[in-house]
Design a binder for this molecule. Structure first.
Ligand code: GLU
Length: 451
């Protein structure tokens, strides 16, 4: 079995993967004439920094990443030959606490993408008010091309290559696109082999998103999806709409997209179209997400060929009439080509960076609301924080406790962003950034710059 059909996909709800089976919707992340993801992240930051008049020194600090680790490391393939892979860990900012963020396996992983993802993690943690900084890592690899054993060796060797650049109170890793609890268990195991025996117990929290039996938290697998659905419910209530009457479409049917769909279904909403790397499908009468997940599991993680819906092309997918669009795949999916097609009322960003600046402008012109990624998909890192806390305190929280605490934090973020958008008369993305930047600015002002 290739990893793409099993271990390295998030389709069974086991990965964090803000992505589909192979972690993406269709469409390249960057096409001709499209800006880099890091450039997009920078433009979003500058827009918020201008509006809130961020202190120029703090602005300079937050414009740069703190550490950029690039490792080339060898992995023995099943055929006996050695292959060299390139891995990254970018630590954007650690003023609020240890660096925190996922590890992505994808052929498009590069310095530009990981810088952007790490920067977004800083804003996400600050906005969620959890004591973590921002980081992200990744390996440039298409896991579908490798066996599970090769992916295990790659994961372990990447961990050893990162060495002391990660640590339980220094930089804590988690799943992202195409990585999952099994891969987190391998990373943890390899890491623990590198620390002295008496430090192993307290070091387990170097990884979150672990399998529950290996110290993971109840509710972590569905956390990102759950946070998204909570924000959609808040949005619906505010607009006088019954969440049970919503029609929605999802891009990417990995851990995030699938769990969001399961929970939307439970709220009574109707899934009308889904797109992943294999193609797009639609059924105006509704697609059963559980049945679709079963189909995807049998089908290499892909939605194509699901008998309960008709195949549609990508343009038709984006033109589907629905109330809510949940992009849960890769960056830059809502752009100058696709944004004009959208007929939804709100975009709930499950992926990181799914909307580029041109897409954002078009959504604004069309009056489509955006629940921005740094707020909307924070459920994953919030429950990662709960997992880290449980490990640190030697506790185990039950699902009700995790769900209740997550819900409260998502509601708090939603309200903070809404208030800030009103105060500054701005869009929700900029408002979310301002909430995060105000927190960071306060701490920098309190602590000052050494020496
Ligand atoms: N990869 C997820 C994200 O982008 C989760 C990160 C974490 O749990 O640390 O938010």
């Amino acid at each position: 079995m290739t990893a793409g059909a099993g271990a390295a996909t998030g389709v069974d709800g086991s990965g964090d993967g803000n992505g589909g089976g192979n972690g993406k919707g269709r469409g390249d992340r960057t096409g001709p004439g499209e800006s880099s993801v890091y450039e997009n992240a920078r433009l979003q930051f500058e827009c918020a920094a201008d509006l809130m008049k961020l202190d120029p020194d703090i602005r300079r600090i937050l414009s740069a990443t703190t550490n950029e680790i690039v490792v080339n490391f060898p992995v023995r393939m099943d055929n006996g030959r050695v292959k060299i892979f390139t891995g990254y860990r970018i630590q954007h900012n650690g003023i609020l606490g240890p660096f925190k963020g996922g590890i992505r396996y994808h052929p498009a992983v590069d310095l530009d993408e990981v810088r952007a993802l790490a920067t977004w993690m800083t804003w996400k943690c600050a906005l969620a008010d959890i004591p973590f900084g921002g980081a992200t890592g990744g390996v440039q690899v298409d896991p579908a091309e490798y066996s599970i054993n090769e992916i295990e060796r790659l994961s372990r060797r990447f961990t050893v290559a990162l060495g002391a650049n990660i640590g339980p109170d220094y930089d804590i890793v988690a799943p992202d696109v195409n990585t999952n609890p099994q891969i987190m268990a391998w990373i943890l195991d390899a890491y623990l082999c590198t620390v002295p025996p008496h430090e192993r117990q307290r070091s387990r929290r170097v990884v979150t998103g672990k399998p529950v039996e290996s110290g993971g938290s109840a509710g972590r697998a569905k956390a990102t999806g759950q946070g998204i659905v909570r924000m959609v419910e808040m949005w619906a209530r505010e607009h006088g709409v019954d969440p049970g009457g919503l029609a929605y479409m999802v891009q990417g049917f990995g851990n995030v997209g699938a769990h969001a769909a399961f929970l939307m279904e439970r709220a009574g909403a109707r899934l009308t179209a889904v797109q992943d790397v294999s193609g797009a499908i639609a059924n105006p009468d509704g697609i059963d997400p559980e049945e679709l997940a079963k189909h995807a599991r049998r089908n290499g993680g892909h939605v194509r060929g699901y008998p309960g819906a008709s195949p549609i092309d990508d343009l038709t997918f984006f033109s589907t009439a629905a109330d809510v669009f949940i992009p849960a795949a890769l960056e830059n999916q809502i752009n100058h080509r696709t944004a004009p097609l959208l007929k939804v009322k709100v975009v709930a960003e499950g992926a990181n960076g799914p909307t580029d600046p041109a897409g954002d402008r078009i959504l604004q012109q069309k009056g489509i609301d955006v629940l921005p990624d740094v707020a909307c998909n924070a459920g994953g890192v919030i429950v990662s924080y709960f997992e880290w806390l449980q490990n640190k305190r030697g506790e185990r929280w039950d699902l009700d406790e995790v769900d209740g605490r997550l819900r409260k934090r998502m509601e708090r973020s939603y309200c903070r962003v809404r208030e800030t958008a009103t105060t500054y008369r701005t869009d929700w993305r900029t408002a979310a950034y301002i909430v995060a930047l105000e927190r960071l600015q306060t701490v920098y002002k309190e602590r000052g710059i050494f020496p």
